[in-house]
Design a protein around this ligand. Sequence first.
Ligand code: SF4
Length: 282
Amino acid sequence: MAATATTWPHGLDPQLAEPDLAHLEGLPADRLLAWAVERFGRRFAVVTSFQAEGMVVLDLARQADPGVRVLTLDTGRLPEETYQVMEAVRTGMGLQVEVVTPDPAEVAAMAARHGPNLFHKDPALRRLCCHVRKVAPLDRALAGVGAWATGLRRDGGGRSRAATPKAELDAAHGGMVKLNPLADWSREQVWAYVRTHRLPVHPLYEQGYTSIGCAPCSRPTRPGEDERAGRWWWEGGQERECGLHTRLLGGGPADPGDRFTDALDQLRADADARRWERANGH
Ligand code: SF4
């Protein structure tokens, strides 16, 4: 059973086809972002979790448009330090930040059925938590957006990111344009840019973190480890992905992806029941 597909109202821009994207692949990060701002205006957004790569994308994007839209996901489980960086972006970089949050009915239903720390129980439940707190809110936030930009790098951890293009059609979001302006940047280039331009730095880097997400699902990495080894480390050989950039699909009865799909179906029924009870005064 495959993961649930979504139909999107904004759809693929009919004037933008594959050859245009191939041309974009050769653009440096600043020109790629300038193209997006010129082409999409307010329908372009940077989505960031305020890691080093995100700060570079924000800085380059604001040079093209000082009022560029910035979206971030507040999962409800973020470390305090992430809010500190968010505030530095607002006050120090002068950017408005649109905070996207999960559906409260889904969070409540998930916690009621599986407990608050369900991610430790089963990879399928970890995916469920990431879906409710990250993937579904982003899906909703991107409605009406024509193009979005991320801070993904090809050498930023694991096989799943090795082929990251600079520009792609995002099938998971109705074929909108997804830009990864730093796809061909190294970690060293990112940090050189951050230091040269004195951008805000997430405080957890100083504590040995090399990839920062939710507090219970991120830890510092050790020398020699992959930079995303501190994300969901208890899952061993699984891909270190939450589903925002790689849709996590099922493949068979024992596959965590199939258990995820079953758990998601059940969660939606639970959340619908909660909404019905609230609407009917129960
Ligand atoms: Fe839930 Fe952890 Fe995913 Fe955050 S990273 S949404 S806490 S499973």
